[in-house]
Design a protein around this ligand. Structure first.
Ligand code: M6R
Length: 371
C-alpha cells in the first residue's frame, strides 16, 4: 500500500523518521541515577563478550548493505578498538579470503536471502568464525544460519532501491558499536553523546526531508546529464558510494562515488565545466580537507553541488560559485544517515523526470537469490 505516495521508493524515503524510531525502540536506555545511558541488543546478549574479544570484525554484504557497513566502520573501530575489515560477499568467496576462528563475521542484508552473502556466510561458518546477522527479515536464511544477530525492524521495503533499510542498518551498527564499547570508561561521554544523537535523529531526518522540492529542482537541472560524480571521505565515503548507487540503479544515469582522498590519483582528470560533481562537506574531522578539495575542483572550473552543514554555505562555496544543499548537523558518526537523504530524493526525482520505472528498475530484482 503506497498510501498518499505515487511510488514505494518515495514512500520509503519519507517514512524514515518512523522506520528509524522503530529500529531504536526498546534498545536505547536513558539510564537511572547510577547507570548511564546504554544500549540493549537482546539478540547479542550471550555473544557480546566474544565479539569484544575477537581478533577482528569483518563486515560482509553486497550493494547498499555493504555501503551501510562502510558508513559504520569508523565508529565500530573507534569504540571497540577491534580492527574492522570490509568484504564484498562475492569477492570474499571468489578469493576464498582468510577468515579465522578468532574473527567475528557480520553479515549485513536487508532481505536476508542474497545468494552471494549466503555463500560467504557458509564459508565463514566452515572457517569457524562467530557469525552475526543484521537483516530486515525475520526467519530469513541469513537470520536463521547465523549464530546471533540484530533485526533492523525497518518494516517491509518494496522498492528495489534500498532506502529506509540503509539508514536503519547504519543505526543498528552504531548501536552495535555502543554495545561493544560499553565496558570502556574512557569513551563513556562519547557514547552518551551518540545515544543522545540517536534519540534526536528522527527529528533531524524529518527536517532534512523538507529538501524534497529543492532536490526536485536540482533533478530538473541534471535531467539530461550523462554522468554525475559524488565525492566523500571519512564517515561520508559511504554516502558517496551509496548516493551514486542510488542514482545509477534507478535513474539509469552513470554515477560514481569517489573517495575524495583519491581525487588527485586519477579522477581529477575528469573535471571540466560540464560534469556535475556533488561534494559531501558536512562538519566533522575531515571538513577542512573537503574545503580544500572544493577549492581544487573550483580552480578547474568544476560544476559543484556541495552538501554542507546548515549555516556553512559561505564557507564551503568560494565566491558563491556552487549550488549548496544545507543539512542539519548530528553526531559525526550519524551524519551519513542525514546526508544520504538528499541524494535518495535526487535519485527518485531524476528517475521520475526521466520517465523510468522507479520501483522496478530494468534488469534488477529486489532480492538477488542467484549468483
Ligand atoms: O537484501 P540485501 O541487502 O542483501 O541486498 C543487497 C543488494 O542486492 C542491494 O542492497 C542492492 O544493492 C539494492 N538494490 C541497492 O539499492
Amino acid at each position: 500500500n503506497k498510501g498518499n505516495y505515487e511510488h514505494y521508493m518515495q514512500k520509503e524515503i519519507h517514512e524514515q523518521p518512523e522506520s528509524l524510531t522503530t529500529t531504536m525502540r526498546g534498545r536505547l536506555k536513558h539510564g537511572g541515577s547510577c547507570k548511564g545511558k546504554t544500549v540493549l541488543l537482546g539478540g547479542l546478549k550471550e555473544h557480546i563478550k566474544t565479539i569484544r574479544q575477537s581478533r577482528r570484525i569483518v563486515f560482509i554484504g553486497c550493494g547498499t548493505s555493504y555501503n551501510a557497513a562502510l558508513a559504520a566502520r569508523p565508529i565500530i573501530e573507534e569504540l571497540s578498538g577491534v580492527p574492522v575489515t570490509m568484504e564484498i560477499a562475492s569477492d570474499l568467496v571468489d578469493r576464498q579470503g582468510p577468515i579465522y576462528r578468532e574473527d567475528t563475521a557480520v553479515f549485513v542484508s536487508q532481505s536476508g536471502e542474497t545468494a552471494d552473502t549466503l555463500l560467504a556466510l557458509e564459508y565463514a561458518l566452515e572457517n569457524g568464525a562467530l557469525c552475526v546477522g543484521i537483516t530486515n527479515t525475520v526467519g530469513s536464511a541469513i537470520a536463521r544460519k547465523t549464530h546471533c544477530g540484530i533485526h533492523i525492524n525497518a518494516g517491509c521495503e518494496i522498492g528495489v532501491a534500498s532506502t529506509k533499510a540503509y539508514t536503519s542498518q547504519i543505526v543498528v551498527m552504531a548501536m552495535l558499536a555502543l554495545a561493544i564499547g560499553d565496558d570502556a570508561i574512557s569513551s563513556q561521554a562519547r557514547r552518551e553523546a551518540i545515544i543522545d544523537g540517536l534519540f534526536d535523529l528522527p527529528y533531524k531526518v524529518r527536517e532534512v526531508l523538507k529538501l524534497d522540492q529543492e532536490m526536485k529542482d536540482l533533478a530538473k537541472l541534471l535531467i539530461s546529464e550523462q554522468s554525475l560524480l559524488v565525492f566523500g571521505r571519512g564517515y561520508n565515503f559511504a554516502t558517496a558510494l551509496e548516493g551514486a548507487l542510488k542514482v545509477k540503479e534507478v535513474s539509469l544515469m552513470h554515477s560514481e562515488g569517489i573517495l575524495a582522498g583519491e581525487m588527485k590519483h586519477g579522477p581529477l582528470a575528469l573535471v571540466d565545466e560540464n560534469l556535475p560533481i556533488i561534494v559531501i562537506a558536512t562538519r566533522d574531522a575531515c571538513f577542512s580537507k573537503q574545503q580544500s578539495v572544493i577549492q581544487q575542483l573550483h580552480a578547474r572550473k568544476g560544476r559543484l553541488i556541495v552538501v554542507c552543514t546548515k549555516g556553512d554555505a559561505a564557507s564551503v562555496c568560494p565566491g558563491g560559485s556552487c549550488r549548496v544543499i544545507e543539512v542539519p548537523q548530528v553526531e559525526d558518526c550519524l551524519q551519513p544517515v542525514v546526508n544520504i537523504i538528499p541524494l535518495q530524493l535526487l535519485a527518485y526525482h531524476l528517475t521520475v523526470l526521466r520517465g523510468y520505472n522507479v520501483d522496478q528498475p530494468r534488469n534488477l530484482a529486489k532480492s538477488v537469490t542467484t549468483q
